[in-house]
Write a protein that binds this ligand. Structure first.
Ligand SMILES: Cc1cc2nc3c(=O)[nH]c(=O)nc-3n(C[C@H](O)[C@H](O)[C@H](O)COP(=O)(O)O)c2cc1C
Length: 212
């Protein structure tokens, strides 16, 4: 189901981190996921290497195992964030924390987990190699999330389970030495399809013309 009224600009402006509005009761059709993944494959890669992969996890035991790793990482992270001086407005910070906490609690109930992976590890690699590897998977992952939004699916970029990447690799049978996980994207139909652009800093505070 494509959301008929969504223009490309609207899709770019309203693809939010969806957590509380993930429909935990409704399964996600395999065909929808495959459409999104086919579109993700159109993303660019360094040297056209295309060493990407997507692990699509629907098995409840595996989702539970991943959710437990996620929570094990989330708990100390959330405590450290409470103490941290907020750069972002307090109300926004509170809203994101509340939403992130909800996701941590319900991660195992989200019907699909998608883990974008890439061949090659960047541990201790020079910046040029890191940029090449990460830059060869993250655009595809974001394309997947945009395609999902266009089809009434919600996603959220998460990375916290990577603190336990090796354990997660063992759960999913990923050859850890050769294949690096880059994110864990929970996917579900959204409750309602209306999402708004997020407030952002004025453009002039982040854009530098001609020099820094
Ligand atoms: C690199 C990266 C890592 C993130 N990791 C997590 C995460 O582990 N858990 C989480 O709940 N959100 C995570 N987020 C989402 C952010 O916290 C933030 O909510 C989101 O980027 C913007 O939310 P918005 O769509 O409401 O503007 C991550 C986002 C990015 C880009």
């Amino acid at each position: 189901m494509t959301i008929p009224t969504l223009t490309a600009d609207e899709m770019l402006a309203t693809t939010r981190a969806v957590r509380k509005r993930l429909d935990l009761q409704r399964p996600v059709e395999r065909e929808l996921l495959e459409e999104c993944l086919r579109l993700a494959q159109q993303a660019p890669t360094g040297s056209n290497r295309q060493g990407w992969g997507f692990i699509v996890v629907t098995d409840p035991q595996k989702r539970l195992a991943l959710a437990e790793l996620y929570r094990k990482s989330w708990e100390p992270y959330s405590r450290s964030r409470v103490a941290e001086a907020a750069q972002v407005e307090q109300a926004t910070q509170d809203r994101v924390r509340d939403s992130a906490s909800y996701l941590a609690e319900h991660m195992h109930e989200v019907p699909v987990h998608v883990i974008p992976v890439i061949r090659g590890r960047t541990d201790a690699a020079p910046i040029v190699a890191q940029a090449g590897v990460w830059g060869s998977i993250l655009p595809a992952a974001w394309s997947f999330m945009l395609a999902a939004r266009a089809r009434g699916l919600g996603t959220a970029w998460t990375t916290l389970h990577l603190r336990y990447e090796e354990e997660s690799a063992a759960v999913l049978g990923i050859p850890f030495a050769e294949v690096m996980q880059t994110a864990l994207i929970p996917v579900a139909h959204t409750i309602g399809t209306d999402f708004k652009p997020a407030p952002r800093a004025p453009l002039e505070t982040i854009v530098h013309w001609e020099q820094w």
